[in-house]
Design a protein around this ligand. Structure first.
Ligand SMILES: Nc1ncnc2c1ncn2[C@@H]1O[C@H](COP(=O)(O)OP(=O)(O)OP(=O)(O)O)[C@@H](O)[C@H]1O
Ligand SMILES: [Mg+2]
Length: 354
């Protein structure tokens, strides 16, 4: 494939104003406004992102002086991995494309080629190659690419398409390469327009739960009523753990910044429900206020919802569904409750949650 004349349309656009360089502290404090807990992850991401911005600002001949800071996020479901990366791309003001590693295959198999990852980023960057080249590609479910021969995998063998092969094909784009990337997302037969994109500055963030590696230490005591059910800290995974799991050492080597997220505690779940920023229950309060119904949640009501979420074991992921169940009757009756001020307590929540 050769880059055609149409490549002209994708020439770098000059941005109207020069961006001021964000400091790690400024990046951290933006993340801190939107992401509850996960302090270590916020700090590590802030530093890596700062390095990314610094690197993008260097002339080509000096880029080699700063190592690319691709990141591996490890954390349980609903702990904020995707959420963190979304907030990071917002504060950095760079395009973000989110992909599931399992959708990709090594060239020649049915599925998407890894070049498509970059094509999607280019699409998110409104076809600006310059913008795409400083963007973020988030690769979720990287743990599902582990070699299937491992004893960790139950009934693995059958899904071996991809796996190690995709890990191999990711190496080339993680490393930094000039790639010819299709300019349209839908694969068409026949000739496709392509444009040249250099992946050396793209920040790759891979994420996975690596759940099997934590299975044995899952604390059963956390499912308790009464005392403030805190979840215990997880062990730090070593490189050996990840290699043993079936990740390729070459891939791990290209994801040098590694950070683990912790399961969210009851207090943190309460903060996500009713905290000062982006509070989930705030959405319901606003909706009900449109019907002139004022609703407040007591602290014990929040704890009751948080504990139900802990019992489900899906982190913050369960909160929306639980909040929906708790607020369902209120939303149904809102037009008849006009002018009232209601306080939702523990009993009200208990009656509505499993
Ligand atoms: N630490 C957090 N602070 C604030 N909100 C959070 C946090 N963690 C999760 N959430 C909320 O829960 C939702 C689900 O979280 P997210 O998608 O980030 O989970 P995840 O760690 O990527 O899980 P999975 O492994 O299942 O993809 C988010 O959209 C966000 O609203
Ligand atoms: Mg996610």
């Amino acid at each position: 494939m050769r880059a055609p004349e149409t490549a002209k349309r994708f020439m770098p656009r000059v941005r109207p104003q020069k961006r001021t360089l964000l400091t790690p502290r400024a990046i951290y404090s933006h993340l801190d406004q939107h992401v509850v807990g996960q302090d270590r992850a916020k700090r590590v991401l802030a530093v890596a992102a700062y390095g990314h911005l610094r690197r993008c600002g260097l002339p080509a001949e000096r880029k080699g002086q700063i190592r690319k800071s691709n990141i591996l996020l490890i954390g349980p479901t609903g702990s904020g991995k995707t959420h963190l990366v979304q907030k990071l791309s917002q504060v950095l003001d760079v395009p973000l494309s989110i992909a599931d590693a399992t959708e990709y295959t090594e060239a020649g198999y049915y599925g998407k080629d890894v070049e498509q990852l970059v094509a999607e980023l280019l699409f998110r960057a409104n076809h600006s190659v310059a913008e795409a080249q400083r963007g973020i590609i988030f690769l979720d479910e990287i743990d599902k690419l582990a070699r299937r021969t491992q004893s960790y995998k139950t009934g693995g063998g059958t899904r071996d398409i991809g796996g190690e092969g995709v890990q191999q094909s990711l190496l080339k784009i993680l490393e930094g390469r000039e790639l010819l990337v299709p300019t349209s997302l839908s694969p068409q037969s026949g000739r496709q327009d392509v444009v040249q994109v250099d992946t050396s500055d793209i920040l790759f963030i891979a994420a996975g739960t690596f759940a099997d590696l934590f299975e044995r230490e899952r604390p059963s005591s956390r499912i308790g009523f009464g005392d403030s059910a805190q979840v215990s800290l997880r062990k730090e995974l070593s490189t050996e753990d990840l290699l043993g799991y079936g990740m390729l050492s070459e891939l791990l080597g290209r994801l040098p910044v590694r950070v683990q997220l912790q399961p969210l505690s009851e207090d943190e779940l309460c903060q996500i429900l009713a905290g000062p920023q982006d509070a989930l229950l705030g959405e319901y309060q606003t909706l009900l206020a449109l019907d002139n119904v004022q609703v407040d949640f007591s602290d014990s009501a929040l704890r009751e919802i948080a504990r139900a979420a802990l019992r489900q074991g899906l982190g913050a992921r369960s909160l929306r569904g639980l909040a929906e169940q708790v607020c369902h009757d209120l939303l149904f009756e809102a037009p008849e409750l006009r002018g009232q001020h209601l306080v939702i307590d523990e009993g009200y929540v208990r009656a509505r949650l499993p």
